[in-house]
Design a protein around this ligand. Structure first.
Ligand code: ADP
Length: 289
């Protein structure tokens, strides 16, 4: 399977079931994939330094997934490839009172990186078309009638349009979005939940509440399918990454991040003749010591 097979750019109708949760790579190939990830991380480190020095483009790596799909470990891996000074992580939890008092892009805006930086969104405003849809939370919003007086499809189609416009505006203002869905199977999620229950060192990762979304799996998959299908564009494509084999998913994600950074092609700033002359003077001074 290639990274391109995971890409969804809106050029054809999107069906989640066309995207496997596992590439079924033989286990024996795991070391080769891990070596590839390490290689990609090295490349990422070099590119990030350039991105920072160049300072013209901001990068958002946005992760959405069902629980236990591997968001946290993916983030840890991406982070291990970059200089912590240029990267941040923002986790989007149940909105606080202040957050809920604003429009749903507000907290994402606050979290946007400066140009030259990378910000990882652990969940995002896409929760506002996923959990908010599946749990019907939008019915309880404190908003005027004109914002809510419509049926579900109309309401979320309106949000998809808002998201497309938002992401387009970001792109036009010097941002790149890398949108990733870690596509885990219901069967694999069960195995990972059981491991969280059975292994003491993993107990802290388990919450009984996680079984709620699991019990609404088909509704979540339908919400993901609609959201991904309607917010994929050539500038802001989605990548649906098979996540049942974590090491395989990490290799693809690292390849993707490198690919996008290479597309940005950040350059070290050119030094002006004047600045070079000053530098040469400093050099002479140092050599004379
Ligand atoms: P994670 O599972 O990402 O490690 P948590 O267990 O704290 O972190 O989960 C965050 C929870 O916040 C998720 O259940 C998610 O659906 C919920 N959430 C995030 N954004 C929103 C939102 N806009 N409205 C309602 N719930 C949200």
């Amino acid at each position: 399977m290639k990274l391109e097979d995971c890409k969804v750019d809106g050029s054809k109708k999107f069906k989640l079931s066309d995207h496997p949760t596992s590439a079924k790579v033989p286990k024996a190939e795991r070391p080769a994939y891990e070596a590839e990830t390490a290689q990609n991380n090295k490349r990422m480190s070099d590119l990030q330094e350039r991105l920072y020095a160049d300072g013209r483009e901001g990068v958002v790596i946005l992760l959405q997934a069902m629980d236990a799909a591997g968001k946290d470990s993916t983030i840890a891996h991406v982070m291990s490839g970059v200089n912590p000074q240029g990267v941040g992580v923002t986790s989007f939890k149940v909105p606080s009172k202040v957050e809920a008092g604003h429009d749903y892009f507000w907290r994402a805006n606050v979290a946007l990186p400066q140009r030259g930086y990378i910000e990882i969104f652990n969940r995002s405003y896409y929760e506002d078309v996923l959990v908010v849809r599946v749990d019907g939370l939008w019915h309880g919003y404190d908003m005027p009638k004109r914002c809510l007086d419509m049926d579900e499809q109309e309401f979320f189609d309106m949000r998809f349009e808002q998201i497309r416009n938002y992401e387009k505006a970001l792109y036009q203002n010097g941002y790149r979005l890398i949108k990733i869905m870690l596509n885990v199977s219901r069967k694999e999620q069960k195995e990972r939940f059981l491991a969280r229950i059975d292994e003491p060192a993993k107990n802290w990762k388990f919450s009984a509440g996680d079984l709620g979304p699991r019990s609404k799996w088909p509704q979540y998959m339908a919400a993901f399918e609609d959201a991904i299908g309607k917010t994929s564009t050539p500038e802001s494509p989605w990548y649906v990454i098979p996540a049942d084999q974590k090491w395989y998913a990490r290799a693809l994600v690292s390849e993707l991040v490198v690919k996008v950074l290479e597309e940005i092609n950040p350059q070290f700033p050119e030094i002006s003749d004047e600045d070079r002359a000053v530098m040469m003077k400093c050099r002479e001074q140092l050599m004379a010591e």
